[in-house]
Each structure stands twice: as C-alpha cells, then as structure tokens.
Write a protein that binds this ligand. Structure first.
Ligand SMILES: [Zn+2]
Length: 75
C-alpha cells in the first residue's frame, strides 16, 4: 500500500512510500486512538493510497517567525 504524508496546512507532499501490511504497523499509526486515526488518516480507495495528515517544517511552530522576524518561509 502507498502511504502519502501531506501537510495539513499547506498541502505540501512531504513523502510517499510503499509499505507492506507488516510495514504499516511499524509506522506507529496504529498506536493512535481511533479518533486520532480518523482525524489524520484518510484513504483514497480508488488509488489505494493512505493519506496521512501531518505538518511540514514550514508550517511547524509558526511562532518561530515571531522570534526571528527576518526569517522567510519558503515553500
Ligand atoms: Zn506546510
């Protein structure tokens, strides 16, 4: 199965990998609660892709911009 990590805020495709069912368990996604899983994992049934919402480095910790006002986020 293909697993695609997409930034929840800017839509940036961070990484895409192909994993076996055994490999899926190693991703740690099944340690999440059911509510958390429903929130961050979406399935594109037709394409057979599992889409995991995450936050990319650019969108992570937006307060960093306030600490360093000259810092420009590049996408
Ligand atoms: Zn982002």
């Amino acid at each position: 199965m293909r697993v695609r990590y997409v930034c929840d805020r800017c839509g940036h495709l961070m990484s895409e990998l192909t994993v076996t069912p055994q490999g899926l368990k190693k991703l740690g996604l099944y340690q999440l609660t059911e509510a958390e899983r429903e929130d961050i994992i979406k399935y594109d049934e037709g394409a057979g892709v599992m889409i995991v919402s995450t936050i990319c480095d650019c969108c992570l910790e937006p307060e960093t911009e306030e600490i360093r006002p000259g810092y420009t986020v590049m996408h």
